[in-house]
Every structure is written in structure tokens, then in C-alpha cells.
Ligand binder design. Sequence first.
Ligand SMILES: Cc1ncc(COP(=O)(O)O)c(C=O)c1O
Length: 329
Amino acid sequence: MPIITSPQEFNVDDLYVDLRPLLDVPLFLKCEGFNFAGSVKLKAAAAMVAAAERDGVLTPSSTIVESSSGNLGIALSIIAASKGYRFVCVTDPRCNPASKRLMRALGAEVRVISHQDGNGGFLESRIRYVEELCAAGDDHVWLNQYANRNNWLAHYTGTAPAIDRQFPDLEILFVGAGTTGTLMGCARYFREHCRPVTIVAIDAVGSVTFGGIPERRMVPGLGTSTRPALVDESLVDDVVHVPETDTIRTVHALSSRGFLFGGSTGTVVSGAARWLAAKYPGEQPVAVAIAPDLGERYLDSIYEESWLRENFGDLTPELRLPGADILGV
Ligand SMILES: Cc1ncc(COP(=O)(O)O)c(C=O)c1O
């Protein structure tokens, strides 16, 4: 029985959903949403704060500042509240209303940057704003999830060994790419431990993380409009780019079976299903995908008919059809 005194101490690290009977995809989905932050980002947040405290960068009078599309901001809000730090989250209009409400309920300040950068995204504008805040206030500390090695180290020391313990014969690991902290930590672990695991990165169409042209993206979490400093493509065996319509089809396929997951889980499952169908048709390799969060935060977007109509127009009726083809395979 876990008994805790701070919220970041609790995290379920051994829960997998078997997608074979559900979606006819040979894939085990590692659920990372069962903690007080509701997402995988609790691990990166806890590791970055702990390291900044160890290094003497964070002191009791510090204000933590971070750019986040939502989930890291929620995780930092929890940790900041628990440890008594002030926290300012710099986000953009794509951040879910529920995520903003959650951060404010936890005592964080939320600043929404609506000015698009040259790539049509918001990341550069958000980062510029964070830099301005830090320049104006000596006590402001930017953890910088895009370049902080403790982001990937959290997964090198936590997520990847946990998967390795449960699946010693693992053949393929699918990891969604945002900052690429989860991806780089897991890829380095399996590479450095000489494990023959194929690492497949899942990214959104329109993201520039692995090259390509920036395009409009509406589902927060995965993908970037500015290449993250952490990414090292030499550790990745393959990359799948998933259109947002497939993401939405897939979350609806999962919710129609009772599993309400977030958008990045839909992207990862859709990309993994497509990759497995192409590379291992009719076979049952040992494959795991990481599900970064759960679906409640997306009730106003990917699960909301008016949002779907507004952002994906006449695709809406097709998006809501149940059946195997909804995975976009
Ligand atoms: C819901 C969700 N999934 C996935 C990711 C990507 O994880 P990472 O930043 O480790 O690449 C994020 C990052 O913000 C996220 O919020």
C-alpha cells in the first residue's frame, strides 16, 4: 500500500493495455497517465526540479518558469505547489482549457502567448517570452525541457528499465516525440544495454522534429514547430508521421472500447498500428508503445463534436465511424 506525503511520489509504472483483442493490433500500451499530474511529464518535471535543487539553481525564493503545451505545466504546478515554489507556465492558444484551469487551481500563473512565430507555431514566441521573463527577474529559473538532460535521464533511469523488466524479449518500442525526452531516454537505455530493440519514433504530420515542413497542428502534446535540442536521430531506427485525422480516429476507436486516452496516445497507437501492418503483416512481434496521458483533458477538443467540426470540417462524420479502418491502417 503506497502511503505518500507529496504528490510526485506516486506513479503507476507497470500497467499495460493489450491491444490485440481490442483493436487487432499486436501491441502492449504502457499507461503513463496514472499519477497526480495525469501524464508521463511528471517524471521529467520531478527529475528537472530535483537536479536544479541539487545544483543549487533552485532556492526557496525561486520562481520556476517553463514553456509547456499543458502536461509539463500541470506536472510542474503540482511539484511547485508541493515544494512551495512560485510557477509561471508560458503556453499558447492550443493549450486545452482544462489544462489551464488545472494549473490555476494548483496555484500556477498561466500566460498564453498568441503571437505565432515564423514557422506558424508558437514555440519560438513562447521561448522568447520565457527568456524575457528570466532576463527581467533574477529569481526566475527556466528548467528548459527542450534541452535539459534530466528530461531524458528520467526515462533512461525510470521508464525504459520498467519496460525492460516487464518485457525482457521486447522487439519494438514505439515512442511519441515532443521534446523527445521520453524517446531519447528509452532509446539510449536500450542502445547502451545492447538490447536488440527497434526504436520507432512517432511524430505528427506538420512537426519539424525529424525534418520536414511545419504545418498547422491542433492536437497538443506531440510534434514541434522548432527542432528540440535533445533529439539525436542516430538513436532512432524509424520515424512515422501521423496525420491528426488518424489520431482522432484512433482515440475514438479506443474510447468506443472504454479506454479514454489523450491525443498523443492516439497518435502513437495509430503510427504503431500502421508500422506493424507494413513491417510485420499477420505476425505477433513483442511490441510496446508508450501512452503518455489520458483523455479527460481533451473533452473540449478531440472528444467534442463542435471542435471537430470547426477544425476538421466535413471529415467529422467519417471520424466518428467505429471499426478497424478507423486506425488509418
Ligand atoms: C501528452 C503528451 N504526450 C507526449 C509528450 C511528449 O513527450 P516528450 O516531451 O518526452 O517527447 C508530451 C510533451 O509535452 C505530452 O504533453
